[in-house]
Design a protein around this ligand. Structure first.
Ligand SMILES: C[S@@+](CC[C@H](N)C(=O)[O-])C[C@H]1O[C@@H](n2cnc3c(N)ncnc32)[C@H](O)[C@@H]1O
Length: 303
């Protein structure tokens, strides 16, 4: 048997280290985290035994390719070029032509390799999803803004909450409904709002509508349906301030960003600008398998 190459042994050791996180309840996980696993700009995620390798390079290192081909898994390749928004491309193993389910912390999520740049769930929010589920109970209400496929809404609904899922995109709202159904939650018992978060927050505030929990996890840059630009580094304080107007007494906000331009302390300062002085803010760490760059900043805010 030939000796394993340096790169192959880095992959094997990274995957072995994470084995304890993969169990009957979880088959979706980051398996390799770039520089944290001693290989810059290379990331591996598994979704129900289908792998996605992400690289910044347009060329795949030959040893990485050899490792992936020998794995026998169905493997897709994603280029982390900011301007690329395409589907990941099939690299080796079985092709996955339709949507399928993956599981995280006992919750099912629909995954697709044919729906653009993202596959249906951002795995770096795993611990935050657990926190949200634990913070909810029967009859509480949750507002999930910038909801994408509604993963936070599913967790809150499983925790007993009545959820409101808000996104600009109707296809993502439909996906969120399917994610609820995949967990035996009836979407007709929940609310779905299509449109801009700022618009809806102002509307809820005017109506006096309050929520026990609010999720804010916007993209770094976005343009709403009327062309108005949102940038995390310029507008997050306004977002927080509007959200606090829709927060019930004793309510909480989970505020996240993956904006790399902002340090942890920049983000904290920006968020505090939008909050009353009395608010309590706690920083939340990334999941333990993210051993590389600590890019995701999350704050738990009590009003
Ligand atoms: C980074 S994803 C959010 C991920 C999500 N929080 C999660 O954990 O799965 C960004 C989402 O925001 C939505 N979006 C972008 N701009 C928006 C806006 N102005 N109002 C509402 N949704 C918006 C996009 O359609 C996309 O689904």
């Amino acid at each position: 048997m030939s000796a394993m190459s340096g790169i192959q042994s880095k992959f094997s050791s990274a995957i072995n280290k994470r084995q304890s996180l993969l169990d009957i309840d979880t088959d979706a996980l980051r398996l390799f985290d770039g520089i944290g696993d001693r290989l810059d700009d290379t990331f591996l995620e598994t979704f129900a035994d289908h792998w996605v390798i992400s690289t910044r390079d347009n060329q795949l290192d030959s040893e990485v390719r050899t490792f992936l081909e020998a794995s026998g898994k169905s493997v897709y390749w994603k280029r982390l070029d900011q301007h690329q928004k395409e589907d990941p491309t099939h690299l080796c193993g079985e092709e996955q032509t339709g949507a399928f389910l993956a599981k995280e912390s006992g919750v099912n999520y629909e995954i697709s390799f044919q729906s653009g740049y993202s596959q249906g769930i951002f795995l770096d929010q795993r611990e935050n999803r657990k926190r949200v589920r634990a913070a909810m109970s029967e009859g509480k209400t949750l507002l999930n803004t910038f909801a994408y496929t509604g993963a936070f809404s599913v967790c809150a609904a499983l925790g007993g909450a009545i959820t409101t899922t808000l996104d600009l995109s109707q296809p993502y709202l439909d996906w969120a409904k399917r994610n609820m159904q995949a967990n035996d939650i009836d979407p007709s018992q929940h609310y779905f709002c299509k449109g801009d978060t700022f618009h809806w927050l102002k509307r809820f505030a005017k109506q006096g509508r309050k929520f026990d929990g609010i999720i804010l996890d916007p993209p770094t840059f976005s343009r709403d349906d009327k062309g108005k630009v949102f940038r995390v580094e310029s507008h997050y304080d306004q977002l927080i301030s509007l959200a606090t107007q829709c927060l019930a007494e004793d309510g909480w906000i989970l505020a996240s960003t993956n904006c790399r331009k902002l340090s942890d302390s920049d983000f904290l300062e920006l968020v505090k600008k939008g909050l009353p002085r009395s608010a309590k803010v706690k920083a939340l760490p990334m999941p333990s398998e993210y051993t590389g760059e600590s890019y995701l900043k999350s704050l738990w805010i009590n009003h």
